[in-house]
Design a protein around this ligand. Structure first.
Ligand SMILES: [Zn+2]
Ligand SMILES: [Zn+2]
Length: 210
């Protein structure tokens, strides 16, 4: 049975993001119409809004381990992969500071899920100052392929903290035609388990945010 990655957010500042998404959608529709007119081809549209909990505040993406965790090596490897694959730079804080961007936590999620990322401190402009990134070991250990799922879920939840939304099935973000760790659901041993996609790494998302 598939397990939801996160519970939908009901935070009050959501309207900020929804407004942004509406504007982006308008642009996308305009471009789609242009493509249709000039090439006679109807592009396939994929909804790919920013993460519902808000975009990060940019700069160095600082991180810390908020609680003693047997999953720390998984968390650390995810930080390293983020640095290696994207323009994001990171710095480790010990102990956690109130403004540390990513607080890694091993523990239960609000509803049973492999992981969950929430913004726990936001700036007035709607940008997120601090995310809580949770990995739910009890549920991860019940996954069909636990060690693959550890890596994938760490990549996925950390991806939310840099502003990415997840997707399902083959509803690829942007013009991507290959999968990334932002795909929701169960995994086993494919490369994309630990990779961010070209569309998400580019100027529409990570490179435009950091
Ligand atoms: Zn996009
Ligand atoms: Zn997700």
């Amino acid at each position: 049975m598939p397990i939801a990655q996160e519970k939908p957010s009901s935070r009050p500042r959501r309207h900020v993001n929804e407004r942004r998404q509406r504007i982006q959608r308008r642009f996308r529709i305009a471009f789609a119409a242009l493509g249709t007119a000039t090439m006679g081809i109807t592009p396939v549209a994929h909804a790919d809004p920013d993460f519902s909990e808000g975009l990060p505040d940019g700069g160095i993406h600082t991180f810390c381990y908020y609680s003693v965790s047997s999953m720390q090596s998984t968390m650390d490897a995810a930080m390293t992969r983020l640095r290696q694959q994207t323009v994001v730079d990171t710095a480790y804080y010990n102990p956690c500071d109130v403004h540390t961007d990513v607080r890694w936590v091993q523990g239960p999620t609000d509803v049973p899920a492999y992981g969950q990322t929430t913004c726990t401190l936001a700036w007035d402009n709607g940008r997120c100052d601090r995310y809580r990134v949770r990995l739910n070991k009890a549920v991860l250990d019940d996954a069909p392929h636990p060690s693959d799922q550890y890596r994938k879920t760490a990549c996925h939840e950390l991806g939310h903290s840099v502003g990415l939304s997840h997707y399902s099935g083959s509803d690829y973000p942007g013009t991507d035609t290959t999968h990334s760790c932002m795909r929701s659901g169960d995994v086993s041993g494919q490369d994309w388990n630990i990779l961010y996609g070209a569309h998400h790494k580019g100027s529409s998302h990570i490179s435009g945010t950091f």
